[in-house]
Design a binder for this molecule. Structure first.
Ligand code: CAA
Ligand code: FAD
Length: 380
């Protein structure tokens, strides 16, 4: 067993760390306040290769392993979880899904632009009546010969307005239930495709979340991903890897808050000494560090399993449920360590606490992860 990172891993981690400090930290509080999408920063992330890290070099991707992606996700998330969710959706849901299951023409036409950040992607599974219960898709795609006719509403879509290409999951044959679901590539701007208003959110406020409406949208047949009826499996397989990315996001939010709390505790004095010398504070730091390390081991194990070609569904779900709980616990304690300063914006920890919550909800709630884990262990 080797816990050491390679030189390449360290280089990627340090590049992401520098980028986050130099490019994302300035203005992160203002973007959160104004719900402003980090357009310039995302463009630069594309140029630096952070938006298509694991995709095949043949299609403009970085050809990197999942460990590299996880290390970069953690560093970006320490500073700006809004930027990291954009990165996560583009890398692990859109690029990975297309790279793994798209055909040559789809990869040439769409993937090459998504890996470089020239275009941005969105992944559209959730609906008003189908969130956790994802097989209950109400959006329909009726086969009309050379095209499908798409009708319905998608909810809570990350990159909802900033994306150019949308992977949309829809029901083509209700009688076949989940085996009658397909995944399609839909381009922004096609007739009948409307973007709803921006959601006003508690956290990750720099990311743009919208509902999407499809009214008789014509989708060319060649834009279906995989064989007829593959759409639900496509979504599940893609989400299995996506969940490792969100676990890394949670890990980053937790470690960012921990680092701020550690520094603060060494500077702030109360009762004649730095507050880290009070055991109540030192024990909080010990608990934070321990749960962060445990999360990191789970996240890395899941990423390693993926890189080895092993099944990572179970470890990915465990990593997500554990790291997201850690993010909530650690950010809450980081606010406590900061006292009154923790409650105001300039110390960053209140934002990290608000950002942490979403990691327990999206890409499958914690309850859904426990369904995946319990089914996995009971089956075995
Ligand atoms: N890989 C491959 N196939 C899978 C799979 C996986 N990981 N998980 C399930 N399947 C297959 C099953 O094998 C089954 O197919 P067969 O009948 O051919 O065997 C089919 O999918 C249906 O599976 P289930 O019977 O287990 O379905 P279910 O109704 O019990 O639901 C669920 C399973 C795990 C709860 C699933 O509905 C789920 O994951 N729900 C959560 C949805 C979710 O994560 N949404 C995230 C949206 S994207 C997002 O959130 C992005 C963002 O925020 C940034
Ligand atoms: P529900 O499914 O209604 O769940 C409500 C509660 O019931 C939860 O606590 C849930 O865990 C619990 N519950 C439901 N079923 C069970 C069960 N069987 N057993 C135990 N408990 C259960 N979706 C996309 O497709 N693409 C995106 O890009 C995207 N981005 C998002 C960004 C944000 C900011 C948000 C808030 C959501 C995003 N989502 C996205 C949607 C997200 O994946 C869903 O919100 C999530 O899957 C939960 O679905 P729901 O909101 O319908 O909750």
């Amino acid at each position: 067993m080797d816990f050491k990172l390679t030189e390449e891993h360290i280089m990627i981690r340090d590049a992401a760390r520098d980028f986050a400090k130099n490019e994302l930290l300035p203005g992160v509080i203002e973007r959160d306040e104004k719900q402003e999408f980090p357009s310039e920063q995302i463009k630069k992330m594309g140029e630096l290769g952070f938006l298509g890290m694991m995709a095949s070099p043949e299609f403009g991707g970085g050809g990197m392993d999942t460990i590299s992606y996880i290390l970069a996700m953690e560093e970006i998330s320490k500073i700006d979880a809004s930027a990291s969710v954009v990165m996560s959706v583009n890398n692990s849901l859109v690029c990975w899904g297309l790279d793994t299951y798209g055909n040559q023409e789809q990869k040439e036409k769409y993937l090459t632009k998504l890996t470089t950040g020239e275009k941005l992607g969105a992944f559209c599974l959730s609906e008003p009546e189908a969130g956790s219960d994802a097989t209950s898709q109400r959006t329909t795609a009726i086969d009309k010969g050379d095209h499908y006719l798409l009708n319905g509403t998608k909810n809570w879509i990350t990159n909802g307005n900033s994306a150019d290409y949308y992977i949309v999951i829809a029901q083509t044959d209700r009688e076949k239930k989940h085996k009658g679901i397909n995944a399609f590539i839909v381009e922004k701007g096609v007739e009948g495709f409307e973007i709803g208003p921006k959601e006003q959110k508690m956290g990750i406020r720099g990311s743009d979340t919208h509902s999407l409406n499809f009214n008789d949208v014509k989708v060319p047949k060649e834009n279906r991903i995989g064989e007829d009826g593959f759409g639900f499996k496509f979504a599940m397989k893609t989400l299995s890897g996506g969940r490792i990315g969100i676990a890394a996001q949670a890990l980053g939010i937790a470690s960012g808050a921990y680092e701020l709390a550690l520094d603060y505790s060494k500077q702030r004095k109360a009762f004649g000494t730095e507050i880290c010398n009070h055991q109540a504070i030192a024990f909080k730091l010990a608990d934070m560090y321990t749960s962060i390390e445990a999360s990191r081991h789970l996240v890395m194990k899941a990423a390693w399993e993926k890189d080895q070609g092993a099944n990572y569904d179970l470890t990915g779900a465990m990593a997500k449920v554990y790291a997201s709980k850690t993010a909530m616990d650690v950010t809450t304690e980081a606010v406590q360590v900061h006292g009154g300063n923790g409650y105001v914006k300039e110390y960053h920890v209140e934002r990290l606490m608000r950002d942490a919550k979403i990691t327990q909800i999206y890409e499958g709630t914690s309850e859904i992860q426990k369904i995946v884990i319990s089914r996995g262990i009971l089956k075995d």
